[in-house]
Design a protein around this ligand. Sequence first.
Ligand code: TXA
Ligand code: MG
Length: 318
Amino acid sequence: MSLLSVCTTDTLKSAALAIKNGQLVAFPTETVYGLGADASNPQAVARIYEAKGRPADHPLIVHIASLDAMGKWARDIPEYAITLARDFWPGPMTLVLKRSELAGDFVTGGQDTVGLRVPAHPIALALIKEFNAIGGNGIAAPSANRFGAVSPTTAQAVDEELSAHLQSEDLILDGGPCLVGVESTIIDCTGPTPMVLRLGAITPLMIEESTGLVALESNPAAIRVSGSLDSHYSPKAKVILDVVAVAGDGLIAPDQIPTPQGVVRLASPGTIEEYARVLYQALRSADQRGLEVVVVLQPGGDGLAAAIRDRLQRSAQS
Ligand code: TXA
Ligand code: MG
């Protein structure tokens, strides 16, 4: 496995070729790093599950280069889904649609729907375009972490998570730290109105403003979204929410909160956007420092703050 820190046109071409040849390529998106494989190649997709240690019935998101490719992977696309795609792609949003024949069981976890996303990171977009140029249709990619662990927001974090599970011809593309920092909003578009399956940077209010439809709340028991399992996004350290940190604990809290004596400050975000951007790396650094407990003071408010609280509550479950 090689970690490529300079992504030139040549490296992107060889990464696209590696995917075409059935290898895995981890790449940056604006949300978190993804572990990519040819979404039309069952053996390659099976390797994603192996590398992550993820159950085979959990569906993957297919990453495409533009809205024009939606019709290849999905059918019966409702008008409001096209409106959402126009307004928020490329960007941190995944649409769940009825699948076409191109979307095999091996990528949808056997469901009759498919998750599609056009990522905004220039390296991700360029990689998908290079892959399309050599006959590809889309890149299947979950977050590039072991199952249940914290999603990686840097190439180094991908390396720590997965290098032991990758092969010598697999690649990690380094595009620097992710700008959003939490995974995409997932919107089920198979019903008459949009339903949010996972909160993210595209908020229910933005969905309503875009489509004129009120986004429904999901019923987590009824859907198979691994990120909505109760225990997920978890470092080895125990995450405890909204208590006073004591000496020896790690602390992630908004910048106006002082650090008690003997507490290891892991992050002091000044805004909600910064909170999302630094959270996963801060949780990771707790493990790097061998801390047993991380106290996290949750941000208040709607939108992205609600997405952060959603992840934190799952992170604190284990
Ligand atoms: O921001 C993101 O979405 C990142 C980047 C790499 O794109 N990807 C990501 O993938 O978070 P993953 O696999 O870690 O989480 C995607 C979630 C999973 O929980 C999966 O179950 C759900 O999306 N999902 C995918 N396809 C689905 C479908 N057809 N129906 C319901 N849920 C689906
Ligand atoms: Mg994930």
